[in-house]
Every structure is written in structure tokens, then in C-alpha cells.
Design a protein around this ligand. Structure first.
Ligand SMILES: [Zn+2]
Length: 304
């Protein structure tokens, strides 16, 4: 099973003609989760061909409008669609009260859908999404308001059975192979007991990504991005404006590359570009630090 990243909004602060406000879909076969929900995210999701009914969870990093303002609209659409399945919404403390306030004012229209809000506190932790293929965890980032980054992964898969070896051991093809693959010893018709050890390859690591915005360079981003297939990290400004970036709680592309290199992330996806910078220029600037850098573009899918 693979993961696809679909940037739905890659601009910082406000949407532009080419870039929407922050949002990124993490999709696998049959389901997806949404990281941040800036204004316009649901329309971008439709353009990307993502089915809203297959959305398992929305992971909000912080309550600044360019990461949150699309959520009330998205919830309203799911309500109009008649969704019955609960939707998990993770976010920083304050998100429950904010959504309740909007609901009381009649702004949400979620109908029968239960919105399961999971507020992130302290050092973060596992975000449980019942019935989902996605394993999600959070860690606090360093921004001007409470902010959490997320790691999204698929479960590891058991190693493959070496059929040449099971043949050599005389295990007949059929249900006994399934037992061995499940890690259980089997008894052959001739009475010999065959253990699975040595017949199964190492477990295959599930695909993984991390989402770190908005933040100044911080240890939590390294932790979230540890050996992921792709770290999506904010890069609001070029390195020449690092002081401005830090003053506003942001990072530069070079800094994001240092985080990705330290985390040993296989790829770095830069996003959250100030309208005053070129994403490609930021990526070029940072390539001396990390070998695989992608400047996110709205709706340009990134397969992992
Ligand atoms: Zn932002």
C-alpha cells in the first residue's frame, strides 16, 4: 500500500491566484486524511479527484485562519452530503470551543455527522482514528500560538514468505503456507514441525510522512520526520530573510532542509510559501543540504 501526497494549498497567510491557503491531502487506496484546512481546501480536494466521503480525519496544526478557515465549510458540505460516519478532527487546545461556538451560531450544519474533536495537549501523542488505515501521531511545534505537527503512516506489513525455502522444506502449497506467513509453526502430514523462522523475510515498513507547519526550526520537527518517506516542512522565506522568518514564527527553505537532513527523511517537500518568494528558488537554495527536495505546487501530486 502506498501513500500519495496532494498539496491542496501551498501559500502562506493568504491564497494567491496560483496557491491556495494551507492544506495537504495524504491519500492511500480508499481513504485519505487532510492536513490543515485553509480556505478553498474542499474545492481543491474536488479538483484533485478526492472523494469527501472517504475522508477519515482532518489534522489541524493551529488556529491561524490560513490553516483553519476552510474547516467550517468542509464540515457543512459533509453534513449536506448526509454523512453518518464520524469524522475525527485533531487540533490544538481551543479548537473544541471554536467549533462549538460556530455550531451554536448555526455556521456548521453538520447534520447527523458526529465530529470527534481530539485536542492535542502537552507533548502530543497518538491520534486514534477508529477503523482507519492511517496511524497518526502529533508533536508540539514552535510557532506564535499552540501548534502541533503530525506524522501519518501506514502499518508495517509482515515480510514475504520465501516459497523456494518452504518448497525445499517440503511444505505443501496451500493453507499451511498462510499459517507460516502469519508467524505460526505448522505440522506437516509426515509429522515434522516447521517453524516460520528463517522462512519469512523482514517486515516491510509502511509508508510514512510528516507535516511540520507552521514553526521555527525545532527538535519536534526532527522527531516527527525521523526516517519518513517525505517530510512536508514549511518554508515561508528564503534564507536571506531568516531573521524575519523567526520573528514571525517561521522557517526558511535552508532550515527546513537541515531539519530533513538531521531527521534522515528520504524526501523534503517545501510548502507554505510567502507570496513574495518563489518556491522553486527556495528549493534550489536548499539542495546543497538535502538531495531530494520538492517545491510543492497546488494539485501536483507527489507519490511516495
Ligand atoms: Zn500559516
Amino acid at each position: 500500500m502506498r501513500l500519495r501526497l496532494v498539496p491542496l494549498g501551498t501559500s502562506a497567510g493568504r491564497p494567491t491566484l496560483l496557491r491556495g491557503a494551507s492544506a495537504l491531502a495524504v491519500a492511500t487506496e480508499g481513504s485519505w486524511v487532510l492536513c490543515d484546512c485553509g480556505e478553498g481546501a474542499q474545492i481543491a480536494a474536488l479538483r484533485a479527484g478526492l472523494s469527501l466521503s472517504r475522508l477519515d480525519a482532518v489534522l489541524i496544526t493551529h488556529l491561524h485562519g490560513d490553516h483553519f478557515n476552510g474547516l467550517p465549510g468542509l464540515l457543512g458540505t459533509l453534513g449536506l452530503d448526509g454523512r453518518q460516519r464520524p469524522l475525527v478532527v485533531a487540533g490544538p487546545s481551543g479548537i473544541t470551543a471554536l467549533l462549538q461556538h460556530l455550531a451554536r451560531a448555526g455556521s456548521l450544519g453538520t447534520g447527523d455527522m458526529e465530529v470527534r474533536v481530539v485536542e492535542q495537549e502537552g507533548n502530543g501523542g497518538e491520534v486514534r482514528i477508529e477503523g482507519s488505515q492511517f496511524l497518526v501521531a502529533s508533536r508540539p511545534l514552535t510557532h506564535r500560538v499552540p501548534t502541533y505537527g503530525y506524522r501519518v503512516a501506514l502499518a508495517d506489513r509482515p515480510g514475504t514468505l520465501d516459497v523456494a525455502k518452504t518448497d525445499a522444506a517440503g511444505v505443501p502449497r496451500g493453507p499451511l503456507l498462510a499459517e507460516l506467513k502469519a508467524g505460526r509453526a505448522v505440522t506437516l502430514p509426515d509429522g515434522r514441525v516447521i517453524a516460520p523462522e528463517g522462512l519469512i523475510g523482514p517486515p516491510q515498513r509502511g509508508a510514512s510522512m510528516a507535516y511540520a507547519l507552521d514553526t521555527v526550526p525545532c527538535a519536534s520537527a526532527v522527531e516527527l520526520g525521523r526516517r519518513v518517506d517525505a517530510l512536508v516542512h514549511e518554508a515561508t522565506y528564503e534564507d536571506g530573510r531568516a531573521a524575519l522568518a523567526h520573528e514571525r514564527g517561521h522557517s526558511t527553505g535552508m532550515e527546513a532542509a537541515r531539519i530533513a537532513a538531521e531527521a534522515e527523511a528520504a524526501a523534503l517537500v517545501l510548502t507554505h510559501f510567502s507570496p513574495s518568494v518563489s518556491g522553486d528558488a527556495l528549493a534550489d537554495e536548499a539542495r546543497s543540504i538535502h538531495p531530494r527536495i520538492i517545491a510543492a505546487r497546488d494539485l501536483a501530486e507527489i507519490p511516495l
